[in-house]
Ligand binder design. Structure first.
Ligand code: UDP
Length: 151
């Protein structure tokens, strides 16, 4: 099983889309293993987006992530990183496929509603940046064998 880190960004929170995002990930068959609602500090935003430091959109990105609360989550499932990125859609909402969150609710790259880790390695790093080990909930979902299994 793989875990991935997901953020409902400030625009998703302000637009009342937290439930919609969670609903789509639940419907996909993924399992929620950690969640918290928080106001992101500049320090945390800068650590999370360190890879983008120096890029033209960096300052605006940090302001955006700190502009209202976010919902930070960890989701688990087979190939969770790939599955969640697929459900989110391409970075630019106008390039995201219909049926993805970014397509269905977004228009601009600067307000693209969600973040999801782009590799298992980055997922691990992001999970440990945002969550303490004791904040992760190990639990068995009753429908697990109906979502993943090799028969
Ligand atoms: N971003 C932006 N302008 C750009 C590229 C990216 O505002 O031209 C923002 C956008 O919110 C994006 C985030 O920076 O989600 C991180 O960019 P990345 O390329 O890592 O995309 P993601 O992994 O979020 O799809």
């Amino acid at each position: 099983m793989e875990r991935t880190f997901v953020l409902a960004k400030p625009d998703a929170v302000q637009r009342g889309l937290i439930g919609e995002i969670i609903k789509r990930l639940e419907q996909r068959g993924l399992k929620l293993v950690a969640a918290k609602f928080l106001q992101v500090s500049t320090d945390l935003a800068e650590q999370h987006y360190a890879i983008h430091k120096g890029k033209p959109f960096y300052e605006g990105l940090i302001r955006y992530i700190c502009s209202a609360p976010v919902m930070a989550m960890v989701w688990e499932g087979p190939q969770a990183v790939t599955a969640v990125r697929q459900t989110m859609g391409a970075t630019r909402p106008t390039e995201a496929a219909p049926g993805t969150i970014r397509h269905d609710f977004g228009l601009e790259v600067g307000r693209n509603l969600t973040h999801a880790s782009d590799s298992p390695e980055n997922a691990q790093a992001e999970i440990s940046l945002w969550f303490k080990p004791e904040e992760m909930v190990d639990w068995k979902q009753s429908n697990e064998t109906w979502i993943s299994g090799n028969n």
